[in-house]
Design a binder for this molecule. Structure first.
Ligand code: GLU
Length: 407
């Protein structure tokens, strides 16, 4: 259970921060948990929208379509969104939504129907000042477009700021599509500078070749990193000499999987255990656990997905001296650009690409330096970079709760 794992992590943090019972209670509380059954053409699908904490602003977080979506997962993801938006100093709380469905089994028309029905069921709790969705696993710009359209039809007025990651013509932002990867790239470069390591002498393995994994591969490849392994849900490819990422992207887009690149196939399990400098986890949660952490040979792990390393897995990695750059820092680029989109929509102005790139860079740099400095300062055998990021994020949430008179 992922949320049980979060509770375990919070126990450690509350000792480090000396949190009171009341403060822990606030951090574990959910503002709103809504579950509905969506009906499309006689079939039903379970769906959720969950807000964790909204003391800093309206809920913010994506909607995922995945066959393994559960309440436990969406709660965990909403919790992480609260910490993420707090860490990078956005005026948002944390939320998440999802539909338990395998979108690969649906036609485009069925996906559109499902997206519209989701909004019909949840529109009352959504809005630019309430709770603002965005893309997540297996959802995209087009789905955000359908959702905005349905919401505006129901409300009888325009409100583009109720959702981010939408098509440009509907008020979307050109930078949003690869923003998570841009943010991850910034963080990885800053981190490796501290480790005195140059891109051309750094080997990288990437698990996951969806939006985040593919774009980060492209960016790092262009900078001269050697990408020696990549995988998707069908399997992986390993090439010690370095993969031609341009060719790989072409193959993934044309044939649907990275495995058609060459005969140098590798299983997802073995990919995680490759000898490499950096392992980027860009797939789903719970990938490195107490079961395989001992076999991981990477020096550094960048969590581009949410929650890919469990607390027990991380304890083992820590003992082995493997540093994990935590998700709430590494993948915050997406929500930072979502914030720019939301501001654009609210003020009816479109910031230049350059200006938004500056905001992304500034926020990522600030969050990285704050986190890394606290990590360096407190470093012990058990203190992780994640602990540092959690402490900074939790402090800001608790300050807001205090300012509201809730503590
Ligand atoms: N789904 C992304 C995340 O987990 C983005 C959320 C957003 O932009 O609201 O960070």
């Amino acid at each position: 259970m992922t949320f049980e794992d979060i509770k375990k992590r919070l126990e450690k943090i509350s000792k480090l921060m000396n949190l009171s019972e009341k403060e822990i209670e606030i951090l574990l509380k959910f503002k709103r948990i809504i579950k509905k059954e969506l009906e499309v053409d006689g079939k039903t699908y379970e769906a959720w929208r969950i807000v964790h904490n909204d003391s800093l602003g309206p809920g913010k977080g994506g909607i995922r379509f995945h066959p393994k979506v559960s309440e436990d997962e969406i709660k965990s993801l909403a919790f992480w969104m609260s910490l993420k938006t707090s860490l990078v100093e956005l005026p948002f709380g944390g939320s998440k939504g999802g539909i338990r469905v395998d979108p690969k089994e649906l036609t485009e028309k069925e996906i559109e129907k499902l997206s519209r029905i989701y909004i019909r069921n949840f529109h009352e709790v959504l809005g630019q000042d309430k709770d603002i969705p965005a893309p997540d696993v297996y959802t995209n710009q087009q789905i955000m477009g359908f959702m905005l359209d349905e919401f505006e039809k129901m409300e009888g007025r325009h409100e583009p700021g109720m959702i981010t990651g939408k098509p440009f013509e509907l008020g979307g932002c050109l930078l949003r599509e690869d923003a998570t990867s841009r943010g991850g790239e910034i963080i990885l470069n800053l981190f490796l500078e501290r480790m005195n390591k140059k891109p051309e002498e750094t080997r990288v393995v990437i698990q996951g070749f969806g939006n985040a994994g593919m774009n980060v591969a492209k960016m790092l490849y262009e900078q001269g990193y050697s990408i020696i392994g990549v995988s998707d849900s069908k399997g992986g490819i390993y090439d010690e000499e370095g993969i031609d990422i341009e060719k790989m992207i072409k193959i993934k887009k044309e044939k649907g999987s990275v495995i058609y690149y060459s005969n140098a196939k590798i299983s997802n399990k073995d990919l995680l255990e490759l000898e490499t400098d950096v392992l980027i986890l860009a797939a789903l949660e719970n990938q490195i656990t107490e079961k395989n952490a001992n076999d991981v040979k990477a020096k550094y792990i960048l969590e581009l997905a949410n929650g890919p390393v469990t607390s027990e897995g991380e304890e083992i990695l820590q003992k082995k001296g493997i540093i994990v750059i935590p998700d709430i820092l590494a993948n915050a680029g997406g929500v930072i650009v979502s914030y720019c989109e939301w501001v654009n929509n609210r003020v009816g102005h479109i910031f230049s690409k350059k200006f938004m790139e500056e905001i992304l860079k500034e926020k990522m740099h600030k969050a990285f330096h704050k986190t890394y400095e606290l990590y360096e300062e407190q470093k012990t055998e058990t203190f992780t970079m994640r602990d540092a990021a959690y402490i900074i994020a939790i402090k800001r949430i608790l300050k807001a709760e205090k300012a509201r008179g809730n503590i």
